[in-house]
Design a protein around this ligand. Structure first.
Ligand SMILES: [Zn+2]
Length: 623
């Protein structure tokens, strides 16, 4: 829900991290402090006045987002100095609006006797900023400058490999390169965190102080509490819920950790990776050890590691092009009973990389006019990853179209975990059986059940491995914002959380000056992270619900509900609600339960857990 006003129209928030933190520009400095008299308010401080205020704000935002989406679309698909300048201008207008409406909403929200509907909308606006600036003179400018500086430091950040500088995206790829030695991995890990993270520390501490003042003006205890207020429950209840979900999945994570640690020990020996205790952070194929899929070949089960087909090769063999791949994605949703994508989707989307200009290739889904002008922006290649990504991105588009009749402030997912989870849940359905049903895979080529371990382990290396990281990023920030983690302890607290939750340790002693959190984009980029944790859990709840509705009887991970109209109708009910109701209502509409639960995820991976437990016999589990 964060960034909703600025970005849901452009949908950038849905698929890619927002480029820059939202700090108040100069305009916020002239906005009225909450304590001031009502004379400066556009409407009286009465329930009727509040209703008029909300109606006017929704109209203003609606019109603004259409124009902003058009400009941002052109900028993303035709990058020049000019379109950069145009996008910066229109986005600054949006930031100013969000700040102004958040401050006003905080005042209208305090009126007694508001309807639940009005209160909900005011809360959404009050919560519509990621990084609020206080109204004290100069504060907004300073916050904006710090946020911009941090963001650009990250963007320009370099580590080294063999003593030579290497940029962020290249170093990320090299961390997943199986040919790199432990010494090279260590060099990249240490240089990245030292060069990129450490210089940010003082700025980050300053940013925390300023943004906290802004959050207090809006009526929140601190920024972390503000972020946790977007979930229809008290901030402390949200903390407890996420911790409960982690505890439910922890035994599965520990089993995976124990197995992977043994494989790393066998490959590298005791001196690099001991057989017991935590895992060295740089050996898992990812700079943050957040997803381990890159080292799957190292841990693949003998004889079951290769599933026997590759979707990219199947597509190529049939002469399929990128458009044909998108048609398959549309076909999935059509099979559930959703209307075909509009003609404009096919005319206006960017499917492949244009040959003659710079574009943003990062996949995203857009809703340009808040109605029917939905699009995807990708640089599709004919391979398995992009086939999955298409199904994922279209999930955003079908969600957007389903809730288009809602008032502006409800044009969003039920909470910020839902939007990502829809696409992921549909992508989970790309099972071998589905590939048979759409004519890509011959029935005789369907992998036998003994290949399931390989399929599940490959999924777990990304989806299960991610869970503790998905939670600890904001655990750390909640502590930083509420003051329980002091600037002097920023790094030790981060290293401690990584050890406690992930069972991961840095490859070298960290100096007192270190600021390792700064080496992860979402910290300098000020993007809340809990949504990614929620999405990992929710997608399995959605999948399980769909499979139950389809009457699936076999092991959960083999289920395909392709072609099931009943599932589609129920899913549609949840999607149509947008953000109009508390998320438990939306969850209930599709799954029949109001609680988030990790049980469906555990059921999906149950055969793998059993296999891991057998592999781990005699090993010392945990760290
Ligand atoms: Zn997405």
């Amino acid at each position: 829900m964060k960034n909703a006003f600025l970005l849901h129209g452009a949908a950038a928030a849905l698929a890619i991290a927002p480029a820059i933190a939202i700090a108040a520009p100069a305009a916020a400095e002239t906005a009225a402090p909450a304590s001031q008299a009502a004379a400066d308010l556009p409407y009286p401080l009465t329930p009727e006045g509040a209703a008029q205020f909300v109606a006017a704000a929704e109209k203003d935002f609606y019109d603004y987002t259409v124009e902003a989406s058009q400009v941002n679309w052109v900028n993303s698909t035709y990058i020049t100095e000019d379109t950069d300048a145009m996008a910066a201008r229109i986005n600054a207008v949006g930031t100013e609006k969000s700040v102004r409406y958040a401050l006003l909403s905080a005042r209208y929200a305090a009126i007694p006797g508001l309807s639940a509907e009005l209160k909900r909308k005011l809360d959404i606006m009050r919560n519509g900023l990621v990084l609020p600036a206080p109204t004290t003179p100069g504060a907004a400018t300073e916050l904006n400058e710090i946020a911009t500086r941090l963001n650009s430091q990250y963007g320009k950040g370099k580590g080294t490999l063999g003593g030579k500088p290497i940029n962020g995206s290249d170093i990320e790829a090299e961390m997943g390169n199986p040919d790199r030695t432990p010494d090279e991995l260590k060099e990249m890990w240490v240089s990245w965190h030292d060069n990129v993270g450490a210089p940010m520390k003082d700025d980050y501490a300053k940013l925390v102080g300023i943004a906290n003042e802004g959050a207090e003006e809006l009526g929140f205890a601190d920024v972390g509490a503000m972020w946790r207020s977007g979930y229809d429950m008290k901030p402390e209840e949200f903390t407890a819920m996420t911790e409960r979900l982690w505890q439910e999945t922890k035994p599965l994570y520990i089993a995976l950790h124990t197995y992977v640690r043994r494989k790393l020990n066998e490959k590298y020996g005791d001196a690099v990776q001991p057989r017991t205790g935590p895992i060295r952070a740089d050996l898992l194929g990812n700079m943050w050890a957040q997803e381990w899929g890159n080292i799957y070949p190292l841990v693949a089960p003998a004889g079951a590691g290769d599933v026997g087909y590759d979707i990219g090769e199947l597509l190529t063999a049939q002469g399929k092009d990128p458009i044909a791949m998108v048609k398959y994605g549309e076909g999935f949703y059509s099979s559930l009973g959703f209307k075909p994508l509009p003609e404009t989707f096919w005319q206006r989307s960017q499917f492949t990389k244009p040959a003659d200009r710079e574009v943003v290739c990062h996949a995203s889904a857009w809703d340009v006019d808040n109605k029917d002008d939905i699009r995807i922006k990708m640089c599709i290649k004919v391979n398995a990853d992009d086939f999955v990504t298409i199904h994922h991105e279209l999930g955003h588009n079908y969600y957007q179209r389903a809730y288009k009749e809602q008032p502006f402030l409800y044009l969003n997912g039920a909470n910020d975990g839902f939007h990502e989870a829809i696409g992921d849940f549909i992508a989970l359905s790309i099972t071998p059986e589905y590939l048979v049903q759409i004519g890509l895979l011959g029935r005789d080529k369907v992998p036998s059940a003994d290949k399931d371990t390989g399929l599940l382990l490959r999924q777990a290396m990304d989806k299960v491995a991610f869970l503790p990281f998905g939670l600890l990023v904001d655990k750390w920030r909640w502590g930083v914002f509420d003051g329980s983690i002091k600037p002097a302890d920023y790094n030790t607290a981060w290293v401690g959380l990584k050890r406690d939750y992930q069972g991961i340790v840095p490859p070298a002693e960290r100096p007192a000056t270190a600021f390792d959190p700064g080496g992860k984009y979402h910290i300098p980029g000020n993007t809340p992270y809990a949504r990614y944790f929620l999405a990992r859990i929710l997608q399995f709840q959605f999948y399980k619900a769909a499979c139950d509705q389809a009457g699936w009887k076999g092991p959960l991970h083999r289920c395909s509900f392709y072609g099931n109209k009943e599932v589609g109708a129920k899913l549609g009910k949840m999607l149509e609600m947008g953000a109009s109701k508390p998320w438990p209502d939306a969850l209930e509409a599709f799954t029949g339960t109001r609680e988030m639960s990790a049980k469906p995820m555990l059921e999906y991976f149950a055969p793998l857990k059993k296999w891991l437990d057998e592999q781990n016999k005699g090993e010392k589990a945990g760290w």
